[in-house]
Design a protein around this ligand. Sequence first.
Ligand code: HEM
Length: 499
Amino acid sequence: MLDYVKIALALIAFYVFKTYLGYRRAIKSIHDHPGYRSFYYTANRLLRKRIPGVVTGDQTFHYYKYDDFERYGWDILSAVTVAPKVRAAFIVANTITESRTAFRKPVEKYDVLAFFGKNVVITEGEEWKRQRRITTPLFSERNNRFVWEETVRIMEELFDSWGDKKRIVLDDAIDLCISIALHVIAAAGFGHRFSWDTEAVVPPGHQVPFKDALHIVSRDLFFKLMFPEWFLKWAPIKKIRVFSTAFADFQKYMIEMIEDRKREGIEGRSDLFSNLVGAATGDEDGSNKLTFDEVTGNIFIFLFAGWTTAYTLAFALALLALYPDEQEQLYQHIRAALPTGGNPVMFYETLRLFPPVAGLPKVCEADTVLQASNPAGDKLPVFIRKGTRVWISTAALHYHPQHWEDPHAFKPSRFLGNWPREAFMPFSGGLRACLGRRFSELEGIVVLTMLISRYKVEIKEESRFFGETFEQRKKRILSATSFITLTPDRIPLQFVRRS
Ligand code: HEM
């Protein structure tokens, strides 16, 4: 027995020693560049809290924006961690545009986005090139115009459904923003028009209306990641079973829609789905062809991306309610039909403060040197070995004091005139930049312009928060959770009709 204990202790000692050597080697390999030294590195929802030396905490938004870079002195940080294996990585708040080709997307980190099939977001190399070549033309000027027209229609119908009510009180404005975004993606993405006030019907052969299937699938997708197929079907929790039914039904809808479009043709249709089905038929030699799984995979990605626009709209409304002077200025610009009234200025400032994708993972493709800088303007070459993981911290870049004056302040006007384009990356950049950027910008402009021209947005007063200071209120209203994308927690608002 004693021998077993001795062997176990010897093995543990060996493991600790080996890990220690690996840790020293990792530190040496990055020339001991300043940064985190911790047992475990995390950017996940469960281990958000930082425990110095043990867990780095949620890096993507909450902890660091720019603060840690300031603390360590440079706009490139290292992170050396030992579990689950010894690893050295870098986190950059640095405009690495010129060397971006040296970095590839670690697609293995994106499994969660592969449920419906391979798509343009989760592929790399030749496969990505083919996907991108086929999907880029979908986001054409014609589709942009369609997004604009459909969003105007959807907002007009929403106001009709509110009738002449003086005040619309929302316990959580995120629900409204998600509904708007789903209406837009249904129309401009799928060619389906939803109604605000009539009950959706269940077509023969289905169990849920398309509207509900779309909503449930995109909202609860993480169930698919967490549980096996059989559990989803038989889970003791109703919400999970409802998801399972909606998921199966959504796939059925997609199959039917693909068959419909193939049968009826896509002539005169401007929605993404029809164009994607059109593209899927491809060239004779199959080079421009998508498989069924790839069509559904891409459609699912467009659907999922619609939520980022919804969250951005919710943050934008929250900011306007918290800063009535900024709201008044926007209103006056809209009324005077000033170009700034219809610009993405508000949308951009919201995306700067709350980038939905707060960190972009990359892998270094070849040995590279990046230049770190400090507030004094000094430069420091940082050597990055091939295969090293590098996180571009969009959040930190957006709060970088060298690029943005008073970076924590909400100042939409900073986007008028000259602004540092290279330090604004909510849509990523370079070759892998967001394909739906114009789609979401147009949607954002139309929704905000139409809402603010008709209603004043205010925070909903709730007795339980009586007596809170402005800072407490701001913290409560703008609190958010970072998981895949940055999601606001709860935004209680009221819209008061302008006279
Ligand atoms: C506020 C709204 C949005 C934001 C902030 C946003 C942000 C981003 C970011 C950061 C990426 C790069 C992701 C990565 O490399 O890991 C991306 C890629 C992408 N986005 Fe968006 N997005 C938005 C809306 C949309 C919409 C509405 C669509 C489609 C309808 C869309 C379609 C795509 C596609 C297809 C890609 C993949 C491009 C590629 O890898 O080649 N996005 N987006």
